[in-house]
Design a protein. Structure first.
Length: 185
């Protein structure tokens, strides 16, 4: 019997009609049944301030707990001004502080994103990967997943259009194998 894996999903967009959230909701349906998912909310996190390290706010404690309880993390992010959104960077910083209490440590990461632009989220993903390397998160390198949003990519039932599904299934299969190899049991 396969091990069970709990994967945290962090969406780097707060927009209510976020393309990245739609992709994330459809993506998790492609995984094998021994993978379960928890969307980790970053919208309520205060801006990171080192002064708060002495008394970490309750919302941050809960956030860090959800990250720590995850066997792996999937980051699904848009690209803002050729980088990751500030809310995602804030979440990364909150999860890694105070110094010596890095909730991200050792969690196998998957990185993907969708945008309406032709280069999709290539630069944002590279910036994110730099932070993940510092946080000691082994990160799936191949296949890369840069998606250009199109109308109909995800339907109302959170299913991918066929032309996207096959590509994304290959990414899901690679990430699932990556988690199985990199999670310490």
């Amino acid at each position: 019997m396969s091990n069970q894996y709990q994967i945290g999903v962090v969406v780097g967009s707060l927009r209510s009609d976020s393309y990245n959230k739609k992709v994330a909701e459809a993506l998790i349906k492609l995984f094998p049944s021994h993978f379960t998912f928890k969307f980790i909310d970053i919208s309520t996190l205060p801006l990171y301030n080192q002064d708060a390290d002495q008394q970490v706010p309750a919302t941050v404690v809960e956030f860090k707990s959800q990250v720590a309880q995850s066997d792996g993390i999937i980051f699904v992010t848009p690209e803002y001004n050729r980088s990751i959104p500030g809310v995602l960077k804030n979440a990364i910083d909150q999860g890694s502080r105070p110094w010596g209490d890095n909730s991200w440590n050792g969690k196998p990461a998957g990185v993907l994103g969708v945008s309406v632009g032709n280069i999709s989220t290539a630069i944002a993903q590279q910036h994110l990967r730099n932070s993940l390397a510092f946080l000691n998160m082994p990160t799936l390198n191949q296949p890369e997943c840069f998606l250009k949003w199109f109308d109909g990519m995800v339907d109302e039932q959170h299913n991918f259009a066929q032309k996207s599904k096959d590509f994304l299934q290959a990414w899901v299969d690679a990430y699932a194998q990556f988690v199985e190899k990199n999670v310490a049991r």
